[in-house]
Design a binder for this molecule. Structure first.
Ligand code: F0G
Length: 462
């Protein structure tokens, strides 16, 4: 695409369409009230633009649908498994690849084997399922992102970087309690921010000094690699696949959700180099997910993932992907809406704590904003803040580091005019931000409460 034209061209044309159902604001007020003001409890048909997640919501390509026809459903040793294995190892050459139905299954298997009471697992920022799976074993999940990564407005090219000094401190004190160090690329809970190759290398060096393995939570590996290519010295001309392989070369293993960058609707894997660990994990896999050559997936899913992996690293796709997310972020920023800057790879995060400064964190400003975006324009977003992270394992509550609202962009799914509409709606809500009210939780489960909690609006502005 010639640089002199600004318009972002979606590098595909549309081949099959899904209708969107238009609803009215009155309609939506009723629907969200009935859902206990929790966007997870809405019916998807009542949502106009669904930015709840980029997970499993992307559009598959013609070639992925064609690959699905090659799906071989043999229970063991299917050709689809070998195509999947080869596609995974081409980018992530770990010795053992263990397929799972999605990322959290890989997390559960891994942490069941290596975590447990007394253990500590550091990460730049744990995603909610990662944290929950660690805590479910009795271990502690520790977030060690750099200070810049906790300041929404602060510009830094690699805000997902791990605080290497803090990691070194931790390992100097208690490396025996740390079974693994994780780096999440891109750092989803911290704003979809990338991690530099230099930082991965530095973390690896610290891990080596204390003989602790390093794993990647690599869900958004391709977006991270593209940011490295754009922003890190020495990578501008490098092949994206090579950048991914270099990232993987510093790690001893990985967890993956194929519902993100691999462009599939379902799937994931755990990969490790350690033979012993692999055997223990495979045994658990067979117990709950399935045999080790399908791990809870159909052969056709394995085919779709294998094809998706090759499309995920195409420069035209990644250029469009990162630019189109930035397009939304730039428009909101220009209009004065506080967002996490710079734009993340897969999502734009509104800083609800700053936009709704009159709502204290324990009255959930992110929740208030997510409800308003739905009521006003039928946009479904998600709170990533005190609702998601405010409840500690002992049942007490404290404000999360940030109160963000994430608008995640499904891959290859919405066009620029959909995004122009989203911009209009966000600006309309921001204009009357001071009128929005906080919420209280009337019902919540002990873990991962954001999925099922029910809320009630507070009576007056607080
Ligand atoms: N790690 C990260 C960084 C994630 O973003 C996710 C999922 C997972 C692990 C778990 O993968 O969903 O396949 O079990 N993130 C989705 C999201 C759900 O909306 O950000 P999964």
């Amino acid at each position: 695409m010639p640089d002199r034209f600004k318009t972002i061209i979606e590098p595909f044309r549309i081949h099959s369409v899904e209708p969107l159902r238009l609803t009215t604001e009155d309609d939506r007020r009723e629907k969200i009230k009935a859902a206990g003001y929790n966007v997870f409890a809405l019916r998807a048909e009542d949502v106009l633009i669904d930015l709840l997640t980029d997970s499993g919501t992307g559009a598959m390509s013609r070639d992925q649908w064609a690959a699905i026809q090659h799906g071989d459903e043999s229970y063991a040793g299917s050709p689809s498994w070998f195509r999947f294995l080869e596609a995974v190892q081409r980018l992530f050459p770990f010795r053992h690849v263990i397929p799972t139905h999605q990322g959290r299954a890989a997390e559960r298997i891994l942490f069941s084997v290596i975590a447990g009471p007394g253990k500590v697992i550091p990460n730049n920022t744990h995603f909610d399922t990662t944290r929950a799976n660690i805590e479910a074993t009795g271990a502690e999940a520790l977030d060690l992102v750099i200070a810049e990564g906790r300041e929404p407005q602060r510009i830094h090219p690699f805000k997902g970087n791990m605080d290497v000094a803090a990691l070194e401190n931790l390992l100097a004190k208690q490396s025996a309690d740390v079974p693994v160090v994780f780096i999440t690329v891109t750092n989803n809970s911290g704003g979809g921010q990338p991690v530099s190759m230099e930082n991965i290398r530095a973390v690896r060096a610290v891990c080596d000094r204390y003989r602790v393995p390093l794993f990647l939570d690599a869900c958004r590996f391709a977006e991270n690699a593209w940011f490295i290519r754009l922003r890190e010295k020495g990578y501008a001309e490098r092949d994206v696949g090579d950048i991914v392989r270099e990232m993987a070369s510093y790690a001893d293993g990985m967890t993956m959700s194929a519902k993100k960058d691999p462009l599939a609707n379902i799937g994931g894997w755990l990969a490790v180099n350690d033979d012993d660990l692999a055997e223990k994990c495979r045994n658990l896999l067979i117990l709950t997910e399935g045999f080790s050559t399908y791990g809870g997936l159909a052969g056709r899913d394995l085919e779709a993932i294998a094809q998706g992996l090759s499309e995920a690293i195409e420069p035209d796709y990644l250029r469009y992907r990162i630019r189109s997310t930035e397009y939304l972020a730039d428009a909101l920023d220009r209009a004065g809406v506080p967002i996490v800057k710079p734009a993340g790879g897969h999502a734009v995060y509104i800083d609800a704590r700053s936009l709704l400064a009159h709502i204290p964190p324990l009255a959930y400003p992110g929740e208030a904003l997510a409800v308003a975006l739905y009521e006003t324009g039928g946009i479904r977003s998600v709170e990533i803040g005190t609702v998601m992270f405010g409840r500690r394992p002992d049942g007490s509550e404290a404000p999360a580091a940030m109160d963000l609202v994430r608008m995640a962009i499904p891959r290859r799914t919405y066009t620029q005019s959909h995004i122009d509409y989203v911009i209009e709606v966000v600006l309309a809500v921001a204009k009357r931000a001071s009128e929005l009210r906080g919420y209280r939780i009337v019902d919540e489960p002990p873990q991962l409460r954001h999925f099922t909690a029910r809320f009630e609006p507070l009576a007056a502005t607080r």
